[in-house]
Design a protein around this ligand. Structure first.
Ligand SMILES: Nc1ncnc2c1ncn2[C@@H]1O[C@H](COP(=O)(O)OP(=O)(O)OP(=O)(O)O)[C@@H](O)[C@H]1O
Ligand SMILES: O=P(O)(O)O[C@@H]1[C@H](O)[C@H](O)[C@@H](OP(=O)(O)O)[C@H](OP(=O)(O)O)[C@H]1O
Length: 371
């Protein structure tokens, strides 16, 4: 269990006793989950990137269902925060940026633990949330995974990780795929992605769409159409360049649901057996009872500390995601969002590197459909 030390010893004592009790209760139930401050837990659907560890926080899940990405050290963290703030600015009139919002997770401002207000996180929509058995893949896009200001050392390091980036234009950083027969997930990390060359990249991508029985062709074609829409946005803009940024691809792995929302309703109240893959609801019930119920109304920070930083729970728009009557049938079975914006820079030319990656990814996916 991770606890941040606070000046207020009394609150921390009482919090730490509560957390100890939660941990004991969890152990009794046989499902031990790391509960962090404010009821946050490590996000169980993270497939790549900095993970929870001794020096890293990794991505967290807030009890209200959003995710928290800790701000990376400058200049990367502030750059990512600036990017989200710019795209989601309330008074934004730039139609290109407004158009971009549909391709990004929703941004709910910054967040900081009550007990540690200087630790800053980006509070984001969990793109996997509405899915019952989310199959998830993180694909780094672009010819280069370092930015124009990177040192020689950084360039060398990034190139050596995947020398084919320049030629292929994308890299599979991680994936997890639901397997019907075993009712479990198989995972592949970035080392699998790095092992793929020009002749094998298609097979690597195909794995993401295979549930052990069939190739999920429907998911491939829906994902293609979402990526095409992102490509159209890039073709229409010259103001931003993205380096070392990713696409997060998600589709529904459960064969028993037409859309995750309905399925989750049906599953409400059902406890998960040990060893069973979690449906996408890793909120610790106990933590929720400590945190109390959360308010939902507006996607921006409402509680700020003296430095103007957002603290405590941020109010979040609560919407019924994926309702069939609001979206075209089938579209909600997949999601494609751009993530990881630590290296986004202003520009005055098309982002050829990113578009090269998107086009190659699209043509590889189209090849899969032809087979
Ligand atoms: N909005 C989101 N919804 C769901 N999952 C997300 C979201 N954002 C990030 N993730 C998960 O967290 C992982 C890491 O995210 P991200 O790439 O932003 O982190 P990072 O630590 O900056 O990565 P890197 O080390 O590659 O720079 C992703 O692979 C994905 O699994
Ligand atoms: O994939 P790996 O092997 O874990 O390596 C990380 C990956 O290349 C990230 O893209 C990079 O962050 P940036 O793209 O922001 O540079 C990070 O740099 P870091 O170690 O400096 O955080 C690397 O550690």
């Amino acid at each position: 269990m991770t606890l941040n030390v606070s000046a207020d010893g009394q609150i921390m004592d009482s919090l730490s006793r509560t957390l100890e009790k939660l941990e004991k209760d969890n152990k009794k139930k046989g499902s031990v989950k790391q509960v962090l401050l404010d009821g946050c837990v490590p996000f169980s659907h993270q497939v790549a990137g900095h993970k929870c560890g001794i020096n890293n926080t990794g991505v967290l899940q807030h009890p209200d269902g959003t995710i928290l990405k800790q701000l990376q050290p400058p200049p990367r963290g502030p750059r990512e925060m600036h990017f989200y703030t710019q795209v989601y600015a309330k008074d934004c009139t730039d139609t290109r940026l407004l158009d971009l919002q549909q391709h990004l997770p929703k941004f709910y401002g910054t967040w900081a633990p009550r007990e540690s207000p200087n630790e800053l996180y980006l509070k984001l929509e969990d793109v996997t949330k509405r899915f019952s058995r989310p199959c998830i893949m993180d694909v780094k896009i672009g010819k280069r995974s370092y930015d124009p200001f990177a040192s020689q050392e950084k360039r060398k390091e990034q190139i050596s990780k995947y020398p084919l980036m320049e030629e292929i234009g994308f890299l599979l950083l991680g994936m997890r795929v639901y397997q019907i027969d075993s009712d479990s997930y198989i995972t592949h990390d970035q080392f699998y992605g790095r092992s793929l060359g020009k002749d094998t990249i298609k097979n690597g991508l195909t794995r993401f769409f295979h549930n052990g029985q069939d190739l999920q062709r429907h998911a491939v074609s829906l994902i293609i159409s979402k990526i095409r829409s992102i490509l159209r946005w890039f073709e229409s803009q010259t103001q931003l360049h993205f380096y070392a940024s990713s696409l997060l691809l998600v589709y529904e792995g459960s064969p028993h649901t037409f859309n995750g929302w309905k399925h989750k309703r049906a599953e409400k109240g059902r406890e998960h057996q040990q060893g069973e893959p979690q449906s996408n609801c890793n909120k610790p019930r106990e933590a929720l009872s400590v945190q109390g119920s959360l308010t939902h109304s507006h996607p921006y920070c409402h509680e700020r500390n003296a430095n103007g930083m957002c603290v405590g729970s941020v109010e979040v728009e609560h919407e019924e995601i994926g309702m069939g009557d609001k979206k075209q049938f089938g579209q909600e079975a997949v999601e494609v969002k751009m993530i990881d914006f630590a290296h986004v820079f202003p520009s005055n030319s098309p982002d050829e590197g990113y578009m090269f990656g998107l086009r190659n990814l699209l043509s590889t996916l189209e090849e899969i459909l032809k087979d």
